[in-house]
Design a protein around this ligand. Structure first.
Ligand SMILES: *Cc1c(COP(=O)(O)O)cnc(C)c1O
Length: 454
């Protein structure tokens, strides 16, 4: 009999609850603060932006939250996603390590993002909201939310970072196929966008700027709400379907991970895979090392300051305690657009401070090399973001080759790169360069952190 390459779950094995890590932590994460008073932000402070069901999920300490039937019905279009054993990659590396990857590229958007877009659209529709606004960088989140809004008859208006809007026309077209209106950000549509364009008509934009524009529009109209694709507790919780499935699938494979690796932009795919395993670790049942991998050009966890900061550039959001490079830091234009965010999820930041996870930063040329090696052995072209996790996985597997260790590595392959071929093209032409850590730009941005001395 040949060895299995994939481990699947039947429809009735798909988990029906989301897992909330906060319930199991030795200390709760620090609260979000009101940007004016610096007092803990209450549900009313979030009400102009989010429906109450999601606000309650943001602050709940319940261990499990039931996934509504309407959401399960749509999840089943692509869930459970497959868990693969990377036997051909292992053979090419000559490693005794066993490498598994949980593949989220089979979703309608090609990434893990619909896992939270679907429930966010559902709870907004249930609350009578008519339209959702959001930001997107490379376009993965915008695509997912556009699809989700179609499922629940909501309008969807998206601000896409200018640089990506120009570089990735097919992502924009995909959002339009799913019925969304897409603006390049900064745009003429908002007061904040107009103020930036007046200073510099060529402003390439950033995720922080696009968030400010989407928030500005949502805050002005009670029928419009805003949706965020990462960073917040409820988003990370929705993504735990990935890890709950992977736990069942690893059991089918008869293996227990020694090391879990994921890439981190705002932290949601990493949390989604690792939090259910962290629950098992905190309960003493398993003991994996859990490692976040970020780009060397935007290293919020490994080089950022742990402080209260804004989630957006204009300073309109509540303050969150997180590892940040400063809310007005604009990262160099690396191709992993989903990892170009100045901050890290407050919950990931908190567990990093507690020593429950470790982190490393990798430069993009090493990541593209790993992505190509992965594609040539496993047959899946990865998005630029998860090539960071793959580069760390391959480096670890090669260390195992030196030591002979039969380590079990589980990694998050959170999306495919079929709409990122321009980046691979550039890589083959030698046009992908590494950026030095931008120490001066980070220092300048950190000087603008909100003053918390009161
Ligand atoms: C959005 C995105 C990321 C980064 O966001 P996280 O919240 O850190 O997961 C990474 N990979 C892909 C494919 C994405 O679409």
């Amino acid at each position: 009999m040949t060895e299995p390459l994939r481990y699947m779950l039947s429809d009735d094995e798909v988990p029906t609850t989301w897992y909330n890590l906060v319930a199991d932590l030795p200390e709760p994460p620090p609260p979000a603060l009101h940007p004016g008073t610096h007092q803990p932000a209450g549900p009313d402070d979030f009400a102009p932006l989010f429906p109450m069901d999601l606000i309650m999920q943001e602050v709940t300490t319940d261990r499990y939250v039931d996934i509504p039937g309407e959401v399960m019905d749509i999840y089943k279009l692509w869930r459970a996603t497959p868990l693969h054993r990377a036997r051909r990659l292992e053979a090419a590396l000559g490693t005794p390590a066993r490498i598994y990857y949980k593949y989220e590229g089979t979703s309608p958007a090609g990434s893990h993002k619909p896992n939270t877009a679907i429930p966010q659209a559902y709870y907004n529709a249930k609350a009578g909201v008519k339209k959702l606004t959001t930001e997107t960088g490379a376009g993965q989140w915008g695509t997912a939310l556009a699809f989700a809004c179609q499922m629940f008859d909501l309008e969807c208006e998206i601000w896409q970072v200018r640089a990506s809007y120009d570089q990735k026309p097919y992502r924009r077209a995909m959002m339009q196929v799913f019925g969304a209106t897409v603006h390049p950000s900064p745009s003429e549509v908002t007061e904040y966008g107009r103020s930036l364009l007046a200073l510099d008509p060529e402003n390439p934009g950033s995720l922080g700027i696009a968030i400010s524009e989407a928030v500005e529009v949502a805050a002005q109209d009670p029928e419009i709400r805003y949706a965020l694709g990462s960073v917040l507790n409820h988003v990370l919780m929705h993504q735990t379907v990935i890890g709950e499935e992977a736990l069942l699938q690893m059991a089918k494979a008869g293996d227990t991970p020694d090391l879990i690796i994921g890439c981190t932009g705002g932290g949601s795919n990493f949390a989604g895979l690792s939090f259910p395993f962290l629950r098992e670790k905190l309960a003493g049942r398993i003991n994996p090392t859990i490692r976040a991998v970020e780009p060397a050009a935007c290293p919020s966890l490994t080089r950022g300051t742990y402080a209260y900061d804004f989630g957006d550039t204009a300073g309109m959001t509540p303050l969150m305690k997180m590892h940040t490079l400063g809310h007005d830091f604009i990262p160099d234009p690396i191709h992993a657009g989903g990892l170009r965010y100045h901050g890290m999820s407050p919950l990931i930041s908190h567990i990093y401070e507690l020593g429950l996870i470790e982190a490393e930063a990798i430069a993009q040329t090493d990541c593209f090399a790993a992505g190509v090696q992965f594609a040539r052995t496993e047959g899946i072209v990865p998005a630029p973001e998860p090539t960071h996790a793959l580069a760390a996985t391959i480096a670890e597997a090669l260390r195992c080759k030196e030591t002979g260790e039969e380590k079990v590595i589980l990694t998050a392959l959170c999306g495919h790169g079929m709409l990122d071929m321009a980046a691979y093209d550039k890589y083959f032409e030698g046009g992908i360069v590494d950026y030095d850590y931008p120490a001066d730009k980070v220092a300048a941005a950190l000087a603008n952190l909100p003053n918390m001395s009161d």
